[in-house]
Design a protein around this ligand. Structure first.
Ligand code: SAH
Length: 355
């Protein structure tokens, strides 16, 4: 039995081979890709600049399969969480966060995660599998489908489930489809940020992608990082990570972003703030403080607001741009570190307005 390829799963090269095999002119490759990524159609029948006969031929050779319609959870603050069921029954989540005129989508790259950082729900699931490029891109196509005409996703952050740099090949193929201006979705690279828990040897490959880089540092000493992010710290110790950040070729007018989850009594003291300022000395960066989002069964606590503010003040006095990430979508378990399922939790406690 021959299995028909899914057009959504083909990269541009394989699409070109298919077009060639059908004996079609090469511009047809671009037309098909544009239908998928620019017009976001869902079936071959919709490719109206192909003759009916050509559409039938294509339909005999290939299928077009987007992800099934997600379940939507609408937060009181306007944040929307999408829960996608993949073909093998696994689920993955993505979050759309409106902020003034901006609309940011937080995208997942893996189902679960290998890293098991002590403060993150996704890590507690273990890694189920890497997402394919088309499963990454489909999160964005589908979110865009749900917007009112005229509204457009303005930025993408790869800060959803999983460690993007542990799925680098599929991630970079997804980025090609998201950024290509001729046939892809045309997102500007400067509006895309990849976040890593610290895969230092991969940073120079990220630099070649031309997108922004965020590093989840979360600790001010090696000993602390070993306690909070044991797996990551064993793989790539803090000094290696900082050296890779110092060597990173930051383009003009851009900066690195360091994320720092604030955990009460763990990494939120004035000494931590001072140590953090020393660690980052000389790196053109901004710092995002993320007050910990609590979840059932997890021992960590969120610091009191004055402690968070004091931490920010110290870093500002040392000359850094420091922002506190307001936790959006907490009521639908859509905030940082809340994506995924824990044993005994289905996510169904969130208010569903879908499918
Ligand atoms: N693995 C990548 C991509 C995930 S980004 C990375 O670590 O960068 C998810 C962000 O949320 C990271 O900065 C992480 O440190 C943070 N985070 C994880 N769990 C959290 C929690 N419970 N509360 C607040 N932030 C959390």
């Amino acid at each position: 039995m021959t299995t028909h390829p899914n057009l959504c799963a083909l990269d541009a090269g394989h699409m070109a081979s298919l077009v060639e095999r059908l004996g079609w002119p090469s511009y047809r490759t671009r037309q098909i890709l544009q239908w998928i990524y620019q017009h976001r159609i869902r079936d071959i029948a919709g490719m109206s600049n192909l003759s009916l006969m050509d559409r039938e031929t294509l339909g005999r050779e290939a299928v077009m399969e987007r992800l099934a319609s997600p379940t939507l959870f609408q937060s009181a603050d306007g944040t929307m969480k999408f829960l996608f069921s993949l073909q093998d029954g696994l689920t993955v989540e993505s979050v759309l966060i409106p902020d003034g005129r901006r609309l940011t989508q937080c995208v997942s790259t893996q189902v679960g995660c290998t890293l098991d950082c002590g403060f993150c729900v996704t890590g507690h699931m273990g890694l189920k599998r890497n997402l394919k490029a088309h499963e990454i891109v489909d999160q964005i196509l589908t979110a865009q489908d749900h917007l009112r005409p005229g509204d457009r996703i303005s930025s993408l952050v790869f800060m959803g489930m999983g460690e993007p740099l542990a799925n680098f090949d599929e991630l970079s193929e997804a980025l090609t489809r998201l950024t290509d201006t001729e046939w892809g979705m045309g997102f500007p690279k400067r509006r895309i940020t990849i976040s890593t828990a610290g895969f230092s040897p991969r940073l120079h490959e990220v630099a070649k992608l031309g997108v922004n880089l965020a590093i989840s540092l979360n600790a001010s000493t090696s000993e602390q990082r070993a306690r909070l992010m044991p797996m990551m710290n064993r793989l790539h110790p803090l000094p290696d990570l900082l050296a890779a950040c110092r060597a990173y070729p930051i383009p003009a007018n851009r900066h690195l972003t360091f994320e720092y989850v604030l955990l009460q009594g763990e990494n939120d003291s004035a000494d931590d703030a001072v140590r953090l300022s020393r660690l980052l000395r000389g790196i053109r960066c901004k710092i995002n403080l993320i007050p910990f989002n609590e979840f059932p069964g997890n021992p960590f606590r969120r610091p009191e607001d004055p402690v968070i503010a004091a931490f920010q003040t110290i870093l500002r006095q040392k000359g850094y741009d420091v922002f506190i990430r307001h936790n959006r979508g907490r009521d639908v378990l859509g905030a940082c570190g809340q994506l995924g399922t824990l044993p005994g939790r289905t996510g169904a406690e969130s208010l569903s307005i879908g499918p």
